[in-house]
Design a protein around this ligand. Structure first.
Ligand code: UDP
Length: 486
């Protein structure tokens, strides 16, 4: 999809930014807030006065940052602001160092490499080439948003060239240990003179950046994307029956279609690879769903065992569990995912037969990212309860996505999930993610009390409308530019 949008240069690729009209928000935010946003956009456009707004990160597809940038930059361009998106081309050695940095900022040792002078030399070599190319294009007064540790080392050269640099760190953890210290010691020399930092949570702001220069802007989801766009019930049923997640046949006359990012029609055609004992759940079966990468921090085995506790208590109200994640066989560069998936399947095999018959492990096709997103969309919409029993979580977009679909969510009170859900109001929080009984009893409450589930689902959707859609995100950027007098 992106290949058409790439203009190759040596150390950077320019990604084509689409154009979306801010007016589109009226459909989800209402007329008056959208008019106010249009006024803000017009004043930002005047303020920038033809200067370019650059964004630099390290991937155009896959990952939450790219998923957020694509729509936000398109709206910015739609507001008449000259918005450009550059993606770093690193080599494997560079990405090994930046992955190590990523782990360090999360408080862990990653591959255990020292993050010393050799790592710094690798990091600077890639970035000095990219900086030369950027500086040749960026004009004095332009605004450059650098995203994540991969791009921090570009800041000094850009500042010397007269650009206004903002560094946004999407990575975060409240942990403060030796590893975190190491990560910041590595990065901070590049960031010393940067006038503004953006973090996703207050508690993620490190002491290095905590000098009145840090701002909090939370992530957002795109209400119009294949992942979150409205799908009617027949379409949901058609998609889920066709991929093999609910029993067929699809309703007569229904089509498994969705709208692609570029507004052309898309169709779900591939099947999921499902491990199950017996049949797919019927359309009427209440589903408990967790959608996640196959990662132990998402606690997939704990979800199964907690669900088994619920089944054993006899209070499951006929519910079945779907654990869904990306097709691990297709993701050649994620050996960790395949390994975790194998462990989940092995744990599933040890479950009693009556539990196995109600737990479905689904690998969703990933060959077409937008098709994958439409399947996730349908599955989240069909879920009776969505769960996210993570042991650790930066923000937890799957929670936001489910809340936007009006689903009641049971999630761990960790990381950014706590900013999204007020316990008992917009979802149910698990104070201790490892407490299987509490998990089972939260599920039971929502499965047996339809009114509670409906009330929580409706409050969840409102919460996302108010706080976690793109318009709020864009307005916060506009406000930040105003504060910085750009
Ligand atoms: N996701 C997806 N397909 C899958 C599994 C996950 O598109 O098969 C998406 C999910 O919908 C969400 C993102 O991957 O948008 C995961 O983001 P989150 O913040 O929940 O967790 P992360 O993976 O960043 O730790």
């Amino acid at each position: 999809m992106c290949a058409r949008g790439l203009v190759a240069v040596t150390h950077l690729d320019e990604i084509r930014v689409g154009v979306r009209r801010v007016e589109n928000f009226a459909a989800v935010m209402g007329e008056a807030p959208t008019r106010a946003a249009l006024r803000t956009a017009a004043s930002l456009k005047r303020r920038l006065d033809g200067r370019v707004l650059w964004n630099v990160n390290s991937t155009a597809v896959g990952g939450g940052v790219a998923e957020m940038l694509r729509p936000l930059l398109a709206f910015s361009r739609g507001a008449g602001i000259d918005t450009r998106w550059m993606v770093l081309r690193g080599n494997p050695a560079f990405f090994r160092v930046t992955k190590r940095l990523h782990h360090a900022l999360h408080g862990s040792a990653g591959d255990g490499s020292p993050l010393g002078e050799q790592a710094r030399a690798i990091y600077e070599k890639t970035l000095s080439g990219a900086a030369l190319e950027l500086v040749a294009r960026v004009k004095r007064g332009d605004v450059v948003l650098l995203h994540d540790p991969q791009t921090a080392g570009l800041a000094p050269a850009l500042q010397r060239a007269g650009a206004h640099v903002i560094w946004r760190c999407h990575v975060g953890d409240h942990a403060r240990n030796d590893q975190v210290e190491r990560g910041w010691t590595f990065l901070f020399p590049y960031l010393k003179e940067v006038p503004a930092f953006v973090f996703s949570r207050e508690s993620y702001v490190p002491s290095y950046c905590d000098h009145g220069k840090s701002h909090v802007i939370q992530p957002s989801i795109d209400a119009f994307s294949p992942k979150n766009q409205e799908l009617d019930l027949d379409t949901v049923r058609c998609i889920l029956a066709d991929v093999g997640l609910v029993e067929g046949p699809p309703p007569p006359g229904a089509a498994c279609t969705f709208r692609r990012e570029d507004d052309t029609p898309g169709r779900v055609e591939r099947r999921a690879d499902v491990v199950r004992h017996g049949r797919a759940p019927s359309w009427e079966t209440p589903l408990v769903v967790q959608v996640s990468r196959w990662d132990l921090l998402k606690d997939p085995i704990g979800v199964m065992l907690g669900f088994a506790t619920l089944l054993e208590s006899g209070n499951a109200h006929g519910a079945e569990l779907v654990l869904a994640g990306p097709d691990v066989l297709a993701v050649a560069d994620d050996p960790e995912g395949a390994e975790v998936y194998d462990r989940v399947v092995a744990a599933w095999r040890t479950l009693p037969e009556m539990v196995r018959a109600r737990v479905h492990l689904a690998c969703l096709p990933t060959a077409d990212v937008e098709e994958n997103a439409a399947i996730v969309n349908a599955l989240q919409r069909h879920a009776t309860v969505v769960v996210q029993k993570s042991l650790q979580e930066g923000f937890g977009l799957t929670v936001t996505e489910a809340m936007w679909k009006g689903r009641p969510v049971v999630a761990s009170a960790v990381g950014g999930i706590q900013d999204q859900i007020e316990d008992g109001v917009h979802g149910l929080l698990l104070a201790d993610p490892g407490d299987r009984r509490a998990f089972a009893s939260a599920l039971q409450r929502l499965l047996e009390d339809g009114e509670l589930a409906r009330r929580i689902g409706a409050a969840a959707r409102e919460r996302v409308r108010e706080r976690f859609l793109g318009m709020r995100h864009l307005l916060q950027y506009a406000r930040l530019f105003e504060i910085l007098q750009l």
